[in-house]
Design a protein around this ligand. Structure first.
Ligand SMILES: C[S@@+](CC[C@H](N)C(=O)[O-])C[C@H]1O[C@@H](n2cnc3c(N)ncnc32)[C@H](O)[C@@H]1O
Length: 227
């Protein structure tokens, strides 16, 4: 049996519980191996490869308090993040040297806005697309989505895409405990199938974006382009 099964009714409880156990400024479990250098490197690589032309519209689904959004914003880009848990969004907001306006949208999610920043605290599936993205950075987001939600999640990703949008995706390959999650285990072929079926073209694949302290896992990286 899966360790948990996220339905629409228990996702908030599950993830709020997870966030409540993570002290501020301590790396969350899914940040294992990640450092500022990693995403600065990934960002420069995307610019160097022509996958990203600045200034761009960048979307980070299931962003948590990941520091990539603030980094991308500091380069002049417009950034959008979405996460279910208020604590995660609060911690993320504090990374920006700006004051935010807040409103509740028609879907019942709280939105926080500042210059070139939109942070939505709510279910990704309810996110209203305002601006299509040039780059989507999915860092351990798809790997956190339970099987039943995957088609709807991918539909939302597609909704955020326009011709030429790149999706940089990091998911974990697990040598043990493959049937449990999160993080859910993915083979390279699974990911290529999910994205290939929606028309994405694989630009590059990296079997190990950075080493993880848990040596039974690999952080796989995929760069896809929406046609
Ligand atoms: C594994 S963490 C990854 C966070 C971030 N991308 C990072 O790598 O630091 C997964 C995140 O997804 C959020 N989440 C889970 N289900 C969600 C949903 N349906 N809509 C929005 N956020 C969700 C959780 O609150 C959690 O912060």
């Amino acid at each position: 049996m899966p360790r948990y099964c996220l339905g629409s009714t228990n996702a908030i409880a599950f993830w709020s519980g997870a966030w409540a156990t993570i002290p501020e400024n301590e790396p969350a479990r899914w940040k294992d191996g990640e450092s500022r250098k990693t995403f600065e490197h990934v960002y420069s690589l995307l610019v160097d490869q022509g996958a990203l032309t600045e200034p761009a519209a960048i979307f980070v689904p299931l962003c948590g308090d990941g520091k990539f959004l603030q980094h991308a914003h500091s380069k002049g880009n417009t950034v959008t993040g979405c996460d279910l848990v208020p604590l995660a969004i609060d911690r993320l907001k504090r990374q920006f040297q700006s004051s935010f306006t807040e409103h509740k949208n028609a879907q019942g999610s709280h939105e926080y806005e500042s210059e070139r920043v939109r942070l939505v605290c709510g279910d990704i599936l309810k996110l209203q697309v305002r601006e299509k993205a040039n780059l989507i950075y999915d860092k351990d987001a798809f790997g956190a989505i339970p099987v039943a939600m995957r088609p709807a999640y991918l539909d939302k990703i597609v909704e955020m895409c326009q011709p030429g949008t790149h999706v940089f995706l990091e998911v974990k390959f697990k040598q043990t405990d493959q049937e449990h999650g999160p993080p859910f285990h993915f083979l390279r072929a699974d990911i290529e199938k999910y994205y290939g079926e929606r028309g994405f073209v694989l630009v590059s694949y990296n079997p190990s974006v950075y080493p993880l302290s848990n040596s039974s896992m690999n952080q796989q990286g995929f760069l896809f382009r929406y046609p």
